[in-house]
Design a protein around this ligand. Structure first.
Ligand code: GRG
Length: 301
């Protein structure tokens, strides 16, 4: 049935499957302080494109894997992504008031609770991944590799490292090369994780994982440059956050370095590079991943 959906229908369908699974991710029977649960749920269920979990599912699908076995890792990456957004919006970081079209977590729950809601989501992600083995019988060594990837790609050598480079760069970035380092870690690493997680759960070997890593790296960079372009020429109501924030925060971006048109060309070039890498992976069902790359290049939010 899934195969017959247009890419737009597919993304909507998979996002709703992920949302349903996320609602059950923190067991209802756990005695979690009510306000903490509320703060975690507030950001987790605030919408968002659910791109990363959809990539987990699409990568598993590309190898003919079981979607229900990939769902715990899909939920995990959305928890990590959501925690990173909550922390990124804090006064000590970007100090943003709106996210996903709603007041940011700390605006509603206060700074201390927002930090803890992020911590709760970050920690629970690891609990979620392990369920692939405990509930769906995925071999433990595959799940171990997914756990190690997540710690590496979301942690100090991955997204957190990218965020630090970004923070330090605010004191004066000099080259597009430095900017690329930030994007590769802040953005591409979680996308690479998502693809590898889905593929690992479906039993991928090293050559496939390496090709997916190349696909995800280029796709992530294209996604981030498109994000920067939309911050200049996008529609606030579609984005769910104010535009021109990079300019306001004096952030250097691809459009800042090379202009809008050259940035748009770069997005196309990276998308083609990503698609080429994917085709080299020789996956049995690569179509959805190819379509997702194409769709992201054309996205307006
Ligand atoms: C605080 C450790 C720490 C890291 C923060 C995610 C992040 C790193 C910062 C947020 C700002 C930003 C522009 C990050 C780059 C990745 C990105 C484009 C995030 C937005 O992702 P979308 O568009 O958001 O997928 P939705 O809301 O649709 O999920």
């Amino acid at each position: 049935m899934l195969q017959q959906l247009s890419i737009e229908q597919y993304l909507k369908h998979q996002a709703s499957e992920v949302e349903q699974a996320l609602r059950q991710a923190v067991p209802a029977s756990w005695n979690v302080p009510a306000r903490l649960r509320e703060a975690m749920d507030y950001s987790l269920h605030a919408g968002g494109k659910r791109l990363r979990p959809i990539l987990v599912l699409a990568a598993a699908e590309a190898l003919g894997g079981r979607l229900e076995a990939a769902m715990p890792a899909a939920c995990a990456i959305e928890m990590i992504h959501t925690y990173s957004l909550i922390h990124d919006d804090l006064p000590a970081m970007d100090n943003d008031d709106f996210r996903r079209g709603k007041p940011t977590n700390h605006k509603v729950f206060g700074e201390a609770m927002a930090i803890l809601a992020g911590d709760g989501l970050l920690t629970h992600a690891f609990y979620s991944i392990v369920q692939a083995s405990l509930q769906h019988g995925v071999p433990a060594e595959r799940v171990l590799a997914v756990v190690a990837d997540l710690a590496e790609l979301a942690g100090a050598r991955g997204m957190v490292g990218g965020q630090v480079a970004d923070m330090e760069g605010e004191q004066g970035l000099t080259s597009i090369h430095e900017l690329e380092f930030i994007h590769l870690h802040k953005t591409s690493d979680l996308i690479v994780f998502s693809l590898k997680a889905g593929a690992r759960i479906a039993g991928a070997g090293d050559p496939t994982l390496a090709a997916l890593e190349r696909f995800g790296t280029a796709l992530g960079l294209a996604f981030q440059i498109q994000d920067d372009i939309l911050d200049v020429i996008g529609d606030e109501s579609k984005l769910g956050k104010p535009v021109h924030s990079d300019e306001g925060n004096q952030k250097v971006t691809y459009p800042y370095f090379i202009g809008i048109e050259a940035s748009q060309d770069k997005v196309k070039e990276l998308t083609a590079e990503a698609q080429k890498a994917l085709l080299e992976a020789d996956l049995p069902y690569p179509e959805r991943l190819l379509q997702i790359a194409e769709f992201l290049m054309r996205r307006d939010h």
